[in-house]
Design a binder for this molecule. Structure first.
Ligand code: ATP
Length: 275
């Protein structure tokens, strides 16, 4: 059962608007455009906002240029970001100049240079490089609790106090591992399993198969928040699209667990808001 939190009113509206402009960009002249570039393990997402920080365009592509939060295919990453940038510029009839990007928790010192160079190499002027939980919280606007980002490759846990991130951790269990489990159980290729998993019609059937890996994610979350007075968990990241994941995490961690209607685009939009 989906628990809806009033905190998600802004988030749900923003994401809904973003989903619309991915299909049909809004063509009006803005004095400036802000682009959020999210380089993920599974997807590269570009979110474009206008001068009023409203979504006007967006695009995403499945890509394997990042592993465990690190850029592993530098040239491939630049090429995809540049192609998505050009595609959006053609649709909008405007040049996209400014972009912000984000890094998973704990990789700042390791990979900030690579991500920055990818964004610049694609032709953007980079205005900000922030951590992913801070980006997500620009959309969620949570004061206290934990934001858990279950993406393609990793689970990132961030503890917030008074609206500020006070602890972050990233561990390598994410949607890729979910797809591997499905691939093994259903004797499917990884690609077919990933596609099967992304179809909402299959979620009810998949939950029992995925329960052990969701419980593993829950134990990762519990371990990271153990030292902090966390009373609520907020889920973001594409893997949290899975219907019912929130119930298992709530049960295992013994904490109320909330997720927005579409947890997948929260971080890219938060990056754009910080551009
Ligand atoms: P990371 O944050 O680990 O670098 P990423 O940013 O690419 O990776 P996201 O875009 O947040 O991660 O999520 C990608 C994951 O979400 C993939 O494993 C994908 O299969 C999964 N996913 C996307 N849509 C759905 C869906 N409808 N149901 C279940 N899983 C989904």
């Amino acid at each position: 059962m989906e628990r809806v939190n009033p905190a998600f009113l802004y988030c749900d509206q923003l994401v809904r608007d973003f989903e619309k402009v991915i299909k049909t960009p809004i063509l009006h002249k803005s004095s400036v455009y802000y682009t959020g570039v999210d380089l993920g393990t599974a997807y590269i997402v570009l979110a474009v906002l206008d001068e009023n920080y409203q979504p006007v365009a967006g695009a995403y592509r499945l890509a394997s240029v990042v592993k465990d939060g690190m850029v592993v295919d530098y040239i491939g990453a630049i090429r995809i970001v540049r192609e998505l940038k050009q595609e959006l510029e053609e649709k909008l009839g405007a040049e996209l100049i400014y972009a912000a990007a984000a890094l998973p928790p704990g990789t700042f010192t390791l990979d900030s240079g690579a991500i920055k160079h990818v964004v610049q190499g694609a032709g953007f002027e980079i205005t900000n490089l922030l951590d992913e939980p801070t980006a997500a919280n620009a959309v969620l606007k949570i004061k206290d609790g934990a934001i858990v980002d279950i993406g393609g490759g990793t689970t990132g846990t961030a503890v917030l106090k008074d609206g500020k991130v006070i602890y972050v951790a990233d561990e390598p269990t994410g949607g890729t591992h979910f797809s591997l489990v499905i691939s093994g159980a259903y004797k499917m290729s990884f690609e077919d399993a990933d596609q099967y998993k992304r179809d909402f019609k299959n979620h009810r059937e998949l939950i029992p198969v995925l329960r052990p890996v969701i419980e593993k994610v829950s134990s990762i979350i519990s371990r990271h928040i153990a030292e902090y007075p966390v009373n609520e968990i907020y889920l973001v990241g594409g893997t949290c699209c899975l219907d019912g994941i929130e119930d298992i995490i709530a049960k295992q961690t013994n904490l109320p667990t909330y997720k927005p209607k579409n947890p997948m685009f929260v971080t890219p939009l938060g990056i754009a808001l910080n551009c």
